[in-house]
Structure formats: structure tokens, C-alpha cells
Design a protein around this ligand. Structure first.
Ligand code: OFO
Length: 163
């Protein structure tokens, strides 16, 4: 049985993963409307992953005898100055999510909930991977620069989102 505080923080995490999914959907739509099909494809896939993270938490809460709450999602931004700003925001958001996963881990330790602590390690690993894959994209973006966005957009199509 989940302890109330753990159930609460996991429900908050559902909201954050849902927001992440919608944020990346909004970014994907913006990129598509600017003609960057490769970036849009990467972001649409990322949005799907975030939805999967949300479902994973819903499933876990219910399986452990709690009640997962389907949250309202705040309105996401819909415009970015350019693709550089957009990816900086992706990285900042992933760092924020990593912090939030760390808070979940810390609470499970405090509450002696080792089952949840063990389960949430998957998210700890996932966040390391996500931060590093976004950082790799930013590095590439800086390398190709403003004048070669066509090349960047074509190359990003070949990147997997789950590495
Ligand atoms: Fe859910 O991993 Fe990104 O935010």
C-alpha cells in the first residue's frame, strides 16, 4: 500500500510528465509549421515518450493500491524565438524533471518506501539519458550554426529519442 505522501508526489509527477508531453507536442507543432520536419519528428516522438512515462506512473500508483489522478494540463508556450532557444528550453525542462524525480527518490527514502524507491530508479536512469541526448543535440546545433539548419534538420531525423 502506498503511503499518502508518496501517492501525492507520484500524482504530481503524473502532472509533470503530462505537461512535458504537451510541451513537446507544442514544440513539435511549432517546428513543423516552420518547415523543420526532422525536428518535429524528434519532438513528436519525445512527446510520446513523455506520455508513456505518465502512463507508467498511473499504472504503478494503481497497482500499489493508490489512486492515480488524471490531471489538468497547464497551457504550454506556443512560440519560440528560434530553434536554439527551443532546445535550450528542452534541456532546462529536462533538468527540472530530473530534480523532481530526485525529490521522489528522497521522499521514498524518508518514508522507508523501498519498493517505490527501487521502481523510480528507472526514471533516474531515463533522466540521465534524456539530458545527455538533448545536450548532444544542442552541441550539434551549435556546431552547424544558423546557416546550416537544413543539415541539422535532416540529421536529427536519424537520431533515436530513446538513447
Ligand atoms: Fe519524462 O522524461 Fe523527460 O521529462
Amino acid at each position: 500500500m502506498l503511503k499518502p505522501k508518496v501517492e501525492k508526489i507520484l500524482n504530481e509527477q503524473i502532472q509533470k510528465e503530462g505537461y512535458s508531453s504537451f510541451l513537446y507536442l507544442s514544440m513539435a507543432s511549432w517546428s513543423e509549421s516552420k518547415g523543420m520536419a526532422g525536428v518535429a519528428q524528434w519532438l513528436y516522438a519525445q512527446a510520446e515518450e513523455e506520455k508513456m512515462h505518465m502512463l507508467k506512473i498511473i499504472d504503478f500508483i494503481n497497482e500499489r493500491g493508490g489512486k492515480a489522478i488524471i490531471p489538468a494540463i497547464d497551457k504550454t508556450p506556443e512560440d519560440w524565438k528560434d530553434i536554439f532557444v527551443l532546445f535550450d528550453e528542452v534541456l532546462a525542462h529536462e533538468k527540472y524533471i530530473s530534480e523532481s524525480i530526485n525529490d521522489v527518490v528522497a521522499l521514498t527514502v524518508k518514508e522507508n518506501d523501498f519498493a517505490t524507491q527501487n521502481w523510480v530508479q528507472w526514471f533516474v536512469t531515463e533522466q540521465i539519458e534524456e539530458e545527455s541526448s538533448v545536450q548532444a543535440i544542442i552541441d550539434k546545433l551549435n556546431l552547424v550554426g544558423k546557416n546550416n539548419l537544413y543539415v541539422f534538420d535532416r540529421d536529427i531525423m536519424n537520431l533515436r529519442t530513446d538513447v
